[in-house]
Design a binder for this molecule. Structure first.
Ligand code: GTP
Ligand code: MG
Length: 196
């Protein structure tokens, strides 16, 4: 996609702050530090629009990025970060759940998993929520640049089976570092959000 303008619309914590726009949204969910914000930057061809950090827990709000006034990318707080207090975890979980369960503009939620490791119980729980809402799974396996090319298929197979993926689901290997899989990811995003 040829992007002319991408900008942060708002960092929201509650539904009253969600943008009053009616164009489609795609959300990016995944464990803290899995590479959500990095992938958003790569998809948008921007270095640091979405703030990233080697320290998990960077994104603590629901960040809406407006793309040419026709699509919102929604960067969700990461889950599963052990160092966050119980209170904070509860707050983030309820923030994510409220958005996923109530937002009508949400057309697709992608789940990001680290291609190097087996998906966690938290990943499976999150995918369960997503499936309940949209039926299928769009799984983006991140940090593939860190896996030797000859091993990549083994890692993808492991994710496929661990998450019980099926034919109608989509699993795309990506890298927010090298740009691997970015075109494929865009193709899936445009199709699943219905953006021309
Ligand atoms: N090698 C490599 N590093 C990556 C990739 N994606 C992200 N990283 C690194 O992983 C760390 C976390 O990336 P973020 O994009 O901030 O992760 P996040 O999922 O947004 O994390 P939270 O906001 O805490 O939920 C950073 O140090 C990134 O540079 C990737 O595809 N390849
Ligand atoms: Mg982030």
């Amino acid at each position: 996609m040829n992007i002319h303008n991408a900008a942060l619309t708002i960092s929201a914590v509650s539904p009253s702050q969600y943008p009053k726009t009616d164009f489609p949204e795609i959300a990016f969910a995944g464990r803290s530090n899995v590479g959500k914000s990095s992938l958003i930057n790569k998809l948008l061809g921007r270095k640091s629009l979405a703030r990233t950090s080697s320290k998990p827990g960077k994104t603590a709000t629901i960040n809406f990025y407006d793309i040419d006034g026709c699509l919102h990318f929604v960067d969700l707080p990461g889950y599963g970060y052990a160092q966050v207090s119980k209170e904070e975890k509860k707050k983030w979980a309820s923030m994510i759940e409220t958005y996923l369960n109530t937002r009508e503009q949400l057309k697709c939620t992608a789940i990001l998993v680290d291609a190097r490791h087996s998906p966690t119980q938290d990943d499976k729980t999150m995918l369960g929520w997503i499936r309940e809402r949209q039926g299928y799974a769009l799984v983006l396996a991140t940090k593939c640049d860190k896996i030797p090319k000859t091993k990549l298929n083994d890692h993808l197979d492991e994710i496929y089976y661990a998450l019980n993926l099926e034919d109608e689901d989509i699993l795309i290997p990506v890298s927010g570092e090298t740009g691997l899989g970015i075109d494929d990811a865009w193709e899936a995003i445009l199709e699943l959000t219905g953006v021309e």
